[in-house]
Design a protein around this ligand. Structure first.
Ligand SMILES: *[C@@H]1O[C@H](CO)[C@@H](O)[C@H](O)[C@H]1NC(C)=O
Ligand SMILES: *[C@@H]1O[C@H](CO)[C@@H](O)[C@H](O)[C@H]1NC(C)=O
Ligand SMILES: *[C@@H]1O[C@H](CO)[C@@H](O)[C@H](O)[C@H]1NC(C)=O
Ligand SMILES: *[C@@H]1O[C@H](CO)[C@@H](O)[C@H](O)[C@H]1NC(C)=O
Ligand SMILES: *[C@@H]1O[C@H](CO)[C@@H](O)[C@H](O)[C@H]1NC(C)=O
Length: 559
């Protein structure tokens, strides 16, 4: 087993009093803010970014999720006393076999230095298909929009209660208590393992992190459509290695020349339609597509197609918004992993991080830009006010030239620690028994041996094609079932539960083959600091941890 050296401390610098608390897989109880440093972890797959919420004196770690709105709590020993409305609310994921169910309660709770006297939450009495409280994370807090037609607000209204007043989200409660402040929150997500070892991540509510305060002067990019109750905005497209990615909107309602992009902290990577993914990586010298492969993607994908990219080849990708390019760090575009081949040998290789979104990206939404994009910007999510519709602001954090240097350095080090990389074509032949790229594949990993033409699609020796609707695909199933299923909760929160597992987990790029990460914590002072926990999620567990992002109806109740 390969272990990396311990990385320098990772910590959040908060401009507000929100604590993000590390929770790790060993804890069966919620962990509390801690000052210990280099507290090694031995379970990498069950860790999340969380915030500490206090109810009845108990501190609970709750996952933060921009893709949903409601709060649910599920501590082993109950939340203690609260005012129950008796109104049942179930939030379902997957095909309905994964859910939380309980009754809506109202209780005083504190989070991020704010005390909310009567915050609505689901007191979970039934949980299925989810990790309960196992990782020390015993709840989830949505950072999305209130809606009269979904979630706790709706069930309270349906029960004859004042849904809008009683059922509002935690954020709305905080905003309403601070009418003099803006209704926004802002994130930076850091990247571990790059040259700067950007150890700063922050979440601030109704304030900017001082370090990124200039974000307030950046262009306001309105959510689209203006009435949307989700964090979707328009994009001009993207470039790869300087050329435009051929990509047009799927939906006629999207303005011409634009794409509709969802910004989703609960998605670990970027997901797009498969042809867009293929356009991106076929522009990369030496990259080869393995169709329906036994090689694994590092992120959830709705198919088993894997782009194998020479590890030392940087992919220069920029997302374009309002005419302005936002470069992504090349470490966010390909990721290294190791896998034992059918011959018993362990191989090192790198795969494209942009994957097939399946049904999520086959409707109005053209892409979800998750953590891998969001690491490259400081992002303000504003709910707007009387005069302004909700909008997003980005402050770019990635310099194209520097990040390319950084990439070269980091990959060199990673390659030195791992079994030798072999060429993509050789790798695919070994794992899948198919020959790609036609002819000999004995070239070096720097790539020229694999004709790029072979990568754009139908290799004659591989007839499998895109595996749409693979059974067991939770995501597709979820999206389908959210309309078909007559379950009590007819709405699938964009990102919840299972999904939430991925929530704000900052993936250690390219560390998939190097799983020995060390969590570092640091506290600078109780109200300002926080501890955070970066963990490489187990790559192929992603499929189980994906949100059910029902894009067309994030909060609209399909009932
Ligand atoms: C991590 O924890 C989960 C559940 O707590 C367990 O199923 C899994 O085997 C653990 N993984 C490792 C690598 O220890
Ligand atoms: C709240 O949930 C706990 C289980 O977590 C359960 O024991 C308790 O009865 C619930 N309370 C109400 C009022 O539903
Ligand atoms: C959800 O829990 C309530 C009790 O809290 C129960 O009456 C209801 O049947 C449950 N719903 C489902 C779908 O399990
Ligand atoms: C504007 O919003 C504030 C609260 O944010 C509210 O008190 C005020 O009444 C609103 N004004 C109008 C004209 O809607
Ligand atoms: C993909 O490969 C698996 C075996 O690995 C096979 O069972 C499946 O039918 C293939 N799917 C397609 C669409 O060819």
């Amino acid at each position: 087993m390969l272990f990396s050296a311990a990385l320098p401390a990772v910590f959040l610098l908060f401009s507000t009093k929100l604590w993000l608390v590390a929770a790790n897989g060993r804890d069966q109880q919620p962990s509390q803010p801690s000052n210990d440093i280099d507290d090694d972890i031995d379970n990498f797959s069950n860790n999340r970014y969380t915030a500490a919420l206090t109810i009845n004196g108990k501190i609970l770690n709750v996952i933060l999720d921009t893709g949903s709105t409601d709060l649910w709590l599920n501590p082993y020993d109950g939340v203690g006393s609260f005012e129950s409305t008796g109104v049942v609310k179930k939030l379902a994921y997957g095909q309905g076999d994964t859910f939380v169910n309980g009754t809506v309660g109202l209780a005083e709770m504190s989070i991020a230095g704010h005390t909310i006297p009567r915050q609505a939450f689901i007191n979970v009495t039934q949980i299925a298909g989810l990790d309960a409280c196992a990782s020390g994370i015993c709840g989830l807090m949505g950072l999305g929009f209130d809606s009269p037609t979904a979630g706790i607000e709706k069930v309270l209204t349906d029960a004859g209660l004042d849904g809008p007043a009683l059922g509002k989200s935690v954020l709305s409660s905080i905003f309403d208590q601070n009418p003099d402040k803006g209704r926004f929150f802002a994130f930076s997500l850091s990247r571990l393992g790059d040259a700067k070892d950007t150890a700063d991540a922050s979440l601030s509510i109704a304030e900017y992190d001082d370090k990124y305060a200039e974000v307030q002067w950046m262009a306001k990019r309105p959510v689209f459509p203006a009435t949307a109750k989700s964090w979707h905005i328009l994009s001009d497209g993207a470039t790869v290695n300087g050329a435009s990615v051929p990509w047009s909107a799927n939906d006629a309602g999207t303005p011409s020349g634009q794409l509709l992009i969802g910004l989703d902290t609960g998605t670990t990577n970027i997901i797009v339609r498969p042809e867009v993914r293929d356009s991106i990586y076929s522009a990369v010298p030496g990259a080869v597509l393995a169709k329906n492969s036994s090689l694994k993607n590092t992120h959830w994908s709705s198919d088993h197609d894997v782009w194998v990219v020479p590890c030392n080849t940087p992919v220069s990708f920029s997302a374009v918004f309002g005419g302005q390019p936002y470069p992504m760090h090349p470490l966010d575009m390909t990721e290294m992993r190791t896998q034992k081949g059918p011959d018993g040998t362990t191989y090192t290789y790198c795969v494209g991080a942009v994957t097939n979104g399946g049904t999520i990206t086959s409707g109005k939404t053209d892409a979800l830009y998750g953590d891998s994009f969001l690491r490259n910007v400081y992002t303000v999510f504003s709910f707007g006010d009387n005069t302004t519709s909700p909008y997003i602001q980005f402050l770019s954090q990635t310099n194209e030239w520097e990040s390319t240097q950084d990439f070269a350095h980091v990959r060199e080090q990673q390659l030195a620690k791992n079994p030798p990389e072999i060429s993509p074509a050789d790798l695919i032949r070994i794992f899948d028994g198919v020959s790609v790229g036609g002819g000999s594949s004995s070239g070096s990993s720097s790539g020229s041996s694999s004709p790029s033409g072979s990568s754009t699609g139908s290799s004659p020796s591989c007839t499998s094609g895109i595996t749409k609707g693979v059974s067991g695909n939770l995501l597709d199933a979820a999206v389908t079932s959210s309309t078909d299923s007559p379950t009590t909760s007819k709405y699938v929160p964009i990102i919840i539960g299972l999904l939430a597992a991925n929530l704000l987990v900052v993936l250690l790029l390219a560390v998939f083959g190097v799983m020995g990460f060390v969590r570092s914590r640091r506290s600078v002072g109780r109200t300002r600091s926080t501890t955070v926990h970066y963990v490489p999620t187990k790559t192929n567990d992603d499929s189980l941890l994906r949100p059910s992002f029902a894009e067309e109806r994030p909060y609209s109740d399909s009932a």
